[in-house]
Design a protein around this ligand. Structure first.
Ligand code: PGA
Length: 254
């Protein structure tokens, strides 16, 4: 039996008040979920509000980013320790929007993973090619560079705690999802990379989520694929009905 992990990335939406409302709706709509692993990642300032609402549920909590130092004079940044103390179990690292707008590199992703693991957070590490990279047949090169870069010096006992999210940049927020075949193919490729680094057994157990315009309408086709173990959901996670529907689809497939 495979696990299915569905995580909502709320991005820069939902301040504390709106986040509370969304969390309340999700709590009501997801009471019957038993098998799927579910979490939401609100903006930092809304984490506490959401934590209060979901504390006795199976819905987990995550942050969307963290800084790569333990503490210090880094105005505007938030450490892994703070993320953990605020009740988060997950942290998204290296989302393509961070790589694109905030100069995140494979190296900073790798460093952040180290800090996150030190605080017992579960890193959700994002990989994915841009449209021009796909069109010039560089998808595998890019994903390989990102995966190997992210996992540098990470031993298998730690690597086991990491969720990988394959998110083709051209499919994020565009309404244009990768076809299940396209996604499954890259997931299989990532699994092979992991098998080379950590062995076949490891690679069979690792979680690889797909992200990029996942919606209730395409969730079943994507999540049914052999190598797709879940979804990192952006836009559709801002709507309780849509997110709950995706979670329910995952639950049925387990
Ligand atoms: P999207 O975003 O579902 O809105 O495409 C996914 C993501 O960025 O994680």
């Amino acid at each position: 039996m495979r696990r299915k992990v569905i995580i909502g990335n709320w991005k820069m939406f939902k301040g504390p008040q709106a986040a509370r409302q969304l969390a309340k709706s999700l709590k009501l709509k997801l009471t019957d979920i038993r098998k799927a692993e579910v979490a939401v990642c609100p903006p930092f300032v809304s984490i506490e509000a959401v934590r209060e609402i979901i504390k006795d549920t199976r819905i987990g909590l995550g942050a969307q980013n963290m800084y790569l130092q333990k503490s210090g004079a880094f105005t505007g940044e938030v450490s892994a320790e703070m993320v953990a103390e605020s009740g988060c179990a997950y942290v998204i690292i290296g989302h393509s929007e961070r790589r694109q707008y905030f100069q995140e590199s494979d190296d900073s992703v790798n460093q952040k993973i180290g800090f996150a693991l030190n605080e017992k957070l579960k890193p959700v590490v994002c990989l994915g090619e841009t449209l021009s990279e796909r069109e010039s047949n560089r998808t595998e090169d890019v994903v390989k560079r990102q995966y190997i870069g992210a996992m540098k010096n990470i031993v298998s006992a730690d690597a086991e705690k990491i969720i990988i999210a394959y998110e083709p940049v051209w499919a994020i927020g565009t309404g244009k999802n990768a076809t299940p075949e396209q996604a499954n193919e890259v997931h299989r490729f990532i699994r092979d990379l992991a098998a080379n680094l950590y062995g076949k057994k490891f690679s069979e157990k690792m979680i690889i989520q797909y992200g990029g315009s996942v919606k209730p309408e395409n969730a079943n086709d994507l999540l049914s694929c052999k190598h797709i173990d879940g979804a990192l959901v952006g836009g559709a996670s801002l709507d309780a009905d849509q997110f709950a529907s995706i979670v329910r689809t995952a639950e049925k497939l387990i």
